[in-house]
Design a protein around this ligand. Structure first.
Ligand code: ADP
Ligand code: MG
Length: 692
């Protein structure tokens, strides 16, 4: 056996050249490519000779001898080929079963009396006779020993056009049996004798993930390969983290200003807010640069914590910047900052994209300069290096809306500033350890008290008249409402059309109230005006596209209607819903779905049940996979093939330990086993990688 992963398929012993051609047509030319085509499930096609034929709802596997064959014809419908078989050995010999292939008379040329077969399928009974329709079968060779497709735990692959299950399985079988272990280098350090993976290595795992001797081995192989993937990930994040620490930061110690700020607030911070702030301030006071994630559900009050932290930088004579993903949000933060921070004598400035296009950085609050202690903006902040000469802290709000690269870019602007990233997509622990593995984590797991609760219902679209009546009552009580129109296909244009139509409808239905319209095609100033009017209560109702999704805070708004709710992910709906329930009044969220869409109703049920963002995002993860839920957070990282992200927390921790140890012993990762991984791990340090 001298086959390596690089060997061409036409050198694989026993692999018929006919199959090699089929595979080559599909672009598979070497061993590694066959190995990388992973089965998506396995079937337990092992048979037990002592078991007799029995009616079975699930497919079963038997070794049989063909005793009689024949083809039956029923006028016009093609022939049915039948093969009568009995068990090949064991206690049940002599018992009969009929294999049937409907409309496949040509099977008579494939299967003949005296053949020994392995068959796999469901057994039915009709008038005392047992039959199996269209079984998967394999004709045993003379000795009846090697079987590829059955009589074992059998891999099942997702197919591309042109390659059949049997072709692929046959290729994998021969590849796995000819592949020399010696040429496959372990990436993981050797497993400990006493540990879960004793006796395992990359070669064994790569083979067993296709053909395993037992279900336990299969599971072990998958876990081994998942650990390998996590290890690569963790080497990267641990190294990035160490690089940041080594880059040397500055101590930013919070003083009286931060305390004054807290006592001037119109509310008392929750325990979770205080704890998070302490964690942040402790990091900031140390000489090493902070690199921390603050996450908490929508409405948990991250903004105050961020402002309090920013004061720590200001008190050390530095600037602090807050970057938000949208203009509306940046302006809202700016307004809050003016309200809370200007009375403390601070100079607050705003920088957003559109204003720059209009020629400069003229701001609501005078010219921006390094006199501004607090800078707030969108990613337009990234373009003004001269604004941020003296940056002590960078806060990035709604981190999942930005890429890793943008984050890196803003950090580069300062002189190793402290960094706080915030996200309102609650993230299960395994994922924070992986995706945000280079960050320390603070969690706000408590919401401010005295909040009105949110009642959520999914309703058919036909109930709009009732909805208008209910809405009118709330508006008469002085409350405000959001009416959201969603993504229609992937086009923002259509989105806007839907919102405009909705706007006209609602204007008629709510003729006694003032209704505003907000969408992405308005100019920044127009958006600004609408938002300001809504915030000031001049508008009772805001018809909007999802531009209001993130962060908007108007406590008097207590009603939200979401049209075509079936088009959103659960986490996104939860975010939207977070716009209400921010004041003392009870809030109402109605999710309108197409009348007959039962699937959507059942999916949305969890939103009716709970407003715990962590539960909702776990549910979303299960349904849609991590890529979708995390959006850009994961971009730039290889997708995980083996890792079941939800279940493998223990593996992630193990991978972390291994990575820490590897980097302690070998900081430059010079070990030969890491040769392939090394460039990937160091890659992102180049300026090019950061600019992507
Ligand atoms: P998010 O975590 O979603 O960004 P915000 O920071 O926008 O939440 O806070 C939501 C609202 O709750 C704001 O109006 C804020 O002023 C208010 N808030 C924050 N903390 C408290 C608290 N401890 N008690 C009462 N209200 C609070
Ligand atoms: Mg927020």
């Amino acid at each position: 056996m001298s086959l390596t992963l690089e060997s061409p398929l036409n050198t694989v012993p026993d692999l018929p050249s006919r199959l090699v051609k089929v595979l080559e047509k599909e672009g598979l030319t070497k061993v590694a490519e066959v190995i990388a085509w992973l089965p998506f499930r396995h079937e337990e096609r092992t048979q037990d000779a002592s078991i007799s034929f029995q009616v079975s709802e699930v497919p079963v596997c038997h070794q049989v001898l063909v005793t009689k064959t024949g083809t039956k014809f029923f006028g016009g419908r093609g022939g049915m080929f039948e093969a009568q078989v009995e068990p090949l050995s064991g206690a049940a010999m002599g018992q009969l079963l009929t294999l049937r292939w409907w409309s496949m008379p040509f099977m008579s040329r494939v299967i003949a009396e005296g053949h020994r077969l392995i068959v796999y399928g469901k057994i039915k009974e009709f008038k005392g006779k047992l039959s199996m329709d269209h079984p998967e079968y394999e004709i045993l060779d003379e000795e009846g020993t090697t079987t590829i497709h059955s009589g074992r735990i059998t891999p099942v692959y997702r197919l591309k056009a042109g390659v059949t299950q049997k072709t692929l399985r046959t290729a994998t079988w021969h590849v796995v049996h000819a592949l020399a272990d010696d040429f496959i280098t372990d990436i993981l350090p050797p497993p400990s004798e006493a540990g879960e993976f004793a006796g395992w290595g990359r070669a064994r795992a790569l083979k067993a993930v296709h053909f395993a001797a037992s279900m336990e081995d299969l599971e072990k192989a998958r876990r081994y390969l998942a650990l390998e993937e996590f290890y690569g990930y963790q080497l990267r994040v641990v190294r990035r983290r160490r690089a940041v620490i080594d880059s040397g930061g500055h101590a930013h110690v919070a003083g009286p200003l931060a305390r004054d700020f807290q006592s001037a607030l119109p509310f008392e911070m929750t325990g979770a807010q205080k704890r998070s702030l302490e964690e942040i301030q402790r990091d900031m006071a140390s000489n090493a640069p902070m690199n921390r994630l603050l996450h908490g559900d929508v409405g948990s009050g991250k903004t105050v914590v961020a402002f309090a932290a920013m004061l720590g930088a200001v008190e050390s004579g530095k600037q602090a910047a807050l970057m938000a993903p949208t203009q509306i949000l940046a302006e809202q933060h700016f307004n809050t900052a003016r309200k809370w921070l200007e009375p403390l004598g601070l100079n607050v400035a705003l920088r957003t994209g559109t204003r720059a296009e209009e020629g400069g950085v003229e701001l609501l609050n005078g010219k921006m300069s390094d006199k501004n202690q607090i800078l707030i903006g969108t990613h337009a902040l990234l373009h003004d290096a001269d604004l941020v000469r003296n940056l002590g802290l960078v806060v990035i709000d709604e981190q999942h809306k930005f890429g890793v690269a943008q984050r890196a870019k803003l950090i580069q602007k300062g002189n190793t500033p402290d960094v706080l990233v915030m996200t309102a997509t609650p993230i299960p622990r395994t994922l924070t350890l992986t995706i945000y593995g280079d960050l320390d984590v603070s969690t706000i797991d408590e919401r401010p008290k005295l909040r009105g609760k949110i009642i959520t219902k999914a309703r058919p679209l036909t109930k709009q008249a009732d909805a208008a009546k209910f809405l009118t009552e709330r508006l008469e009580e002085g409350r405000q409402a959001y009416l959201v129109y969603p993504l229609i296909e992937e086009s923002e244009k259509l989105d806007v059309t839907a919102a405009k139509k909705g706007y006209e409808q609602w204007c008629k239905l709510l003729s006694h109230f003032s209704v505003g319209l907000l969408h992405g095609k308005l100019s920044a100033d127009e958006k600004d005006l609408v938002m300001r009017d809504f915030r000031a209560g001049k508008l009772d109702v805001l018809v909007s596209t999802t531009v209001i999704e993130v962060g908007v805070d108007v406590p008097n708004a207590t009603v939200m209607y979401v049209h075509h709710a079936e088009r959103y992910g659960l986490a996104q709906l939860h975010q939207l819903r977070g716009r209400i329930g921010r004041g003392e009044h009870t809030s109402y969220c109605v999710l309108f779905v197409a009348d007959k869409d039962e699937e959507a109703k059942s999916r949305l049920a969890i939103l009716e049940e709970t407003d715990d963002g962590f539960r909702i995002s776990e549910e979303d993860l299960k349904r849609r996979g991590p890529g979708d839920v995390l959006g850009k957070a994961q971009s730039g990282q290889a997708p995980l093939k083996f890792a079941e992200l939800l279940a493998d927390t223990r593996l992630v921790r193990l991978a972390r330990q291994l990575a820490e140890k590897t980097l302690d012993e070998d900081p430059q990762l010079r070990a030969p086993r890491l040769a392939e991984l090394r460039p990937l791990i160091f890659k992102e340090d180049t300026p090019q990688a950061m600019m992507q």
